[in-house]
Design a protein around this ligand. Structure first.
Ligand code: PLP
Length: 387
């Protein structure tokens, strides 16, 4: 049977995150720090608008690149919030989540045998996508002592004649790290000098604490080698609607649209309507969610740091904390499984995100305060009784 499965498909494995979530189904009363999505529902005005549009007949295919009205709204958002200039007709594509934008970009940019530079640890799908292209991921480790921020000098050392693409993600899943503007300038310059296409995944752009988000796509000098990728999923609590977008050079976006036509044809129209409305909601709606995450961050980090054997630096963005467990385990997967089996607390092993993630557990604090408090109590018990 396996002989009919392509070598491309066989290059990747199912993520351990799903394994943990499946295992958690064996238990009642689980405290889940594992899921990487907002615990909020989509703001009602967004859902109402989308449903209303669907009822009025906005239920057909849109053009491949996405409804021009929505692309225009995206162009305006990019201009006013990110200082990115993008022509809605030729330089923007609406995709099925940021994940599809990343996939399409890699499809049109890399060949088998090319190298793609990405952070270690990084979101699991980066490596999977690169491998599906037949290309090779080259990992650039980030360190806890540098606040998990990617550094240009560490990237530079790993550039080879086969390097084609550099994928960055700030604020970052899984570490919660964020890259300072000064370092992003160096990274953009490095990509430019070395003829690398820079993919900036800005999925968590609005969840930044103690740092301002900066979009490298705003640097006009490097316009030709940056693709800026965004998502509605986390910022507007819209994970299930599946909408993201990419802005970049027309020549590349045109190719991405061609591939998108063969993959999904267009992003669902009802979801595009929701995205259109999301861009109009009051800033306060997102700020309120961000403020909840900020408070949860403090609750979780302070709680974790009061437990023997666990420690955590303050994440600078997203809703993830990368908790150091090196004092108690050399095998984060075993530890995560044991914590689930004994205390019914779900976390994700740092090793799932790359070698440099070993010795850490990822906690999502997109959760209610009660759940976070209860989860911390259970980890305290775990530390007391089993470590
Ligand atoms: N990029 C990062 C870093 C993520 O963490 C995620 C989702 O977890 C995505 C992209 C995918 O977002 P979307 O739901 O828009 O496909």
């Amino acid at each position: 049977m396996s002989s009919i499965i392509s070598s491309r498909s066989r290059r990747i494995e199912r993520s351990e995150i799903f394994e943990m979530l499946a295992r958690a189904q064996d238990y009642d009363d689980v405290i889940n720090f594992g899921v990487g999505q907002p615990h909020f529902n989509t703001p009602e005005e967004i859902t109402d608008y989308a449903f209303d549009q669907a009822k009025k007949g906005y239920t057909h295919y849109t053009v491949n690149a996405g409804d021009i009205k929505v692309r225009r709204a995206i162009a305006q958002k990019l201009q006013s919030e990110n200082d990115i200039e993008a022509d809605p007709v030729s330089e923007i594509i609406i995709t099925v989540g940021a994940i599809e934008a990343l996939f399409l970009a890699l499809m049109v940019l890399v060949e088998s045998g090319d190298e793609v530079l990405l952070q270690d640890p990084s979101w699991v799908n980066y490596e999977a996508q690169v491998k599906l292209m037949g290309a090779d991921p080259v990992r650039v480790p980030v360190k806890e002592e540098n606040n998990f921020a990617l550094r240009a000098e560490d990237i530079e050392r790993r550039i080879s004649e086969n390097s084609r693409v550099l994928m960055i993600n700030s604020p970052n899943n899984p570490t919660g790290g964020a890259i300072e503007k000064s370092e992003l300038l160096k990274i953009a310059e490095l990509a430019h000098e070395n003829d690398l296409m820079l993919l900036t995944d800005e999925t968590y752009e609005k969840f930044c604490y103690d740092i301002e988000h900066f979009s490298p796509g705003s640097l006009r000098k490097y316009r030709d080698n940056i693709i800026s990728i965004f998502s509605f999923s986390k910022v507007y609590a819209m994970t299930g609607w599946r909408v993201g977008f990419a802005a970049g050079p027309a020549e590349i976006i045109k190719e991405m649209i061609k591939v998108h036509d063969s993959v999904g044809l267009c992003t669902p129209s009802v979801s595009q309507a929701a995205a259109y409305k999301a861009l109009q909601v009051d800033d306060e709606v997102v700020e309120e969610m961000a403020s909840t995450y900020r408070k949860n961050r403090e609750l979780l980090v302070e709680g974790i740091n009061s437990i023997d054997g666990f420690s955590c630096i303050y994440p600078r963005g997203t809703f993830y904390a990368f908790v150091n467990v090196k004092d108690v385990s050399q095998n984060s997967l075993e530890l995560a499984r044991d914590m689930l089996d004994r205390e019914q607390v779900v976390t994700v092993a740092g090793s799932s995100f790359g070698e440099a993630g070993e010795g850490f557990l990822r906690f999502s604090y997109a959760n209610s305060r009660e759940n976070i408090e209860e989860g911390l109590e259970r980890i305290k018990n775990y530390s007391r009784n089993y470590l």
